[in-house]
Design a protein. Structure first.
Length: 414
């Protein structure tokens, strides 16, 4: 049993911030009691100074793109050709893939991300390296082999048969092992023939509890190219039975109302990646239309086209984007941003026991503790209350401020 003393901020209910200046009692990785400090004996771990948040949940982040971060100045399809895909091809070399896996998992943990739906690699051995490293560090990772059989450079292509064999073998090795789960991952329907999408459906059917993830409606040129190839973008997945409550599609900046209705009715979640959308000039995310259609939305860093692993920065950029949409934007409060970065992500990933710090939940947490005297430290010490403190965390905090990270009650960093 461990007693943690601190200021705990979380959002078990969307839109409402809960603050506890007190104690969390954790046993076997689970929060078993919480309340004011006077109700408990002296704490074992003092996390005062700063705030403790639930571990952050990233619902869209590309493992092979750590070293591609910062490629500014291009729209999506040019950025893929010039920046992302050449780097992704290098993961064919096992040593290179292992190094990138270590850098990637470390980057997530440093940013306070404890759970992630990770877009894997085109190479099965590299996906093994990712799962191995995530297990070593202790992160909750759902990931899988990225598959494509057209359009991309030849070294990134595979066949539907090989995709099926390698996907099933990877799922056998990793799905349900420790905190790992498998995700069937066509890169995007633009790079997949109908045979490849059928192959994806076969893997999904063969692996009970597996997730499905891909990209959708990111950029207008891409949407037009998919329309030529497959017709509707959402339909290109839906017609193969790939969309359900265990599916997460990244971006969806340019959906039609009919597509939103399909996503809502399937229970499919959307990973909103606001920094990437801004950097690639993809557009401003129609959050209000998603919510009106009953589509679940959480946050993703995307990472290669974004600007780093920090979900707090994504929350801030989501806020900026909605502000810039004017009357069409959804006004987001600090509590909304925290919910998007934690509980909404856990919900999108079908993880009912993470995302907030209620009794009965796993103790996945991040201690945001800025160094004495820095601007965030000043801002937190002078904040008018919990909502103001949280707003300052989103405005100012980054990976260097993450003083401790826990998964299942085990401190994995700091
Ligand atoms: Zn992506």
């Amino acid at each position: 049993m461990t007693l943690y003393r601190g200021t705990f901020l979380d959002t078990p209910v969307a839109g409402a911030l809960r603050a506890l200046d007190g104690v969390l009692q954790v046993e076997d990785g689970v929060v078993v009691a919480r309340g004011p400090a006077e109700d408990f004996p002296a704490a074992d771990v003092d996390l005062r100074g700063g705030v403790v948040l639930p571990g952050l949940v990233d619902t869209h982040v590309h493992f092979p793109q750590v070293r591609a971060i910062g490629g500014l100045g291009m729209p999506l399809l040019d950025w893929l050709d010039e920046c992302a895909l050449p780097e992704e091809a290098r993961l064919a070399a096992p040593d290179y893939a292992a190094s990138v896996a270590a850098e990637f998992v470390d980057g997530l943990a440093r940013a306070g991300t404890t759970t992630a739906l990770v877009f894997g690699s085109h190479f099965a051995q590299a996906v093994d390296a990712l799962f191995t490293e995530a297990a070593r560090v202790g992160l909750r990772v759902t990931s899988g082999l990225v598959v494509s059989d057209r359009l991309l450079p030849p070294e990134l292509l595979t066949s539907p048969e090989r995709a099926l064999d390698e996907g099933r073998a990877l799922a056998e090795r990793w799905h349900g092992v420790g905190r790992a789960r498998y995700a069937v991952t066509p890169r995007f329907s633009l790079s997949c023939s109908t045979s490849m999408l059928e192959s994806c459906a076969s893997v999904l059917e063969a692996v009970p509890g597996a997730f499905f993830t891909s990209h959708v409606n990111e950029n207008l040129a891409e949407v037009a190219a998919v329309a030529d190839l497959h017709g509707g973008y959402v339909d290109s997945y839906d017609r193969f039975g790939l969309l359900g409550p265990a599916s997460v599609l990244a971006h969806d900046v340019h959906p039609t109302d009919a597509e939103l209705a399909v996503l809502g009715s399937r229970g499919t979640a959307v990973a909103h990646c606001p920094t990437s959308n801004a950097a690639l000039g993809s557009g401003l995310f129609p959050l209000r239309r998603h919510r009106a259609a009953g589509v679940r939305v959480a946050l993703g860093s995307d990472v290669g086209a974004g600007t780093g692993f920090c979900l707090l920065k994504e929350g801030l950029q989501a806020y900026f984007g909605q502000r810039l949409l004017g009357d069409e934007g959804e006004p987001l409060t600090p509590a909304d941003l925290l919910h998007l970065a934690t509980a909404a992500g856990a919900d999108a990933l079908g993880l009912p026991d993470v995302g907030h710090l209620s009794v009965g939940m796993r103790f996945d947490a991040v201690w945001v503790r800025p160094t004495d005297g820095c601007t965030l430290d000043v801002a937190l010490r002078t904040a008018a209350g919990p909502d103001a403190a949280l707003a300052k965390v989103f405005a100012l905090a980054g990976p260097p401020d993450m003083a401790g990270v826990w998964v299942d009650g085990t401190r994995i960093r700091g």
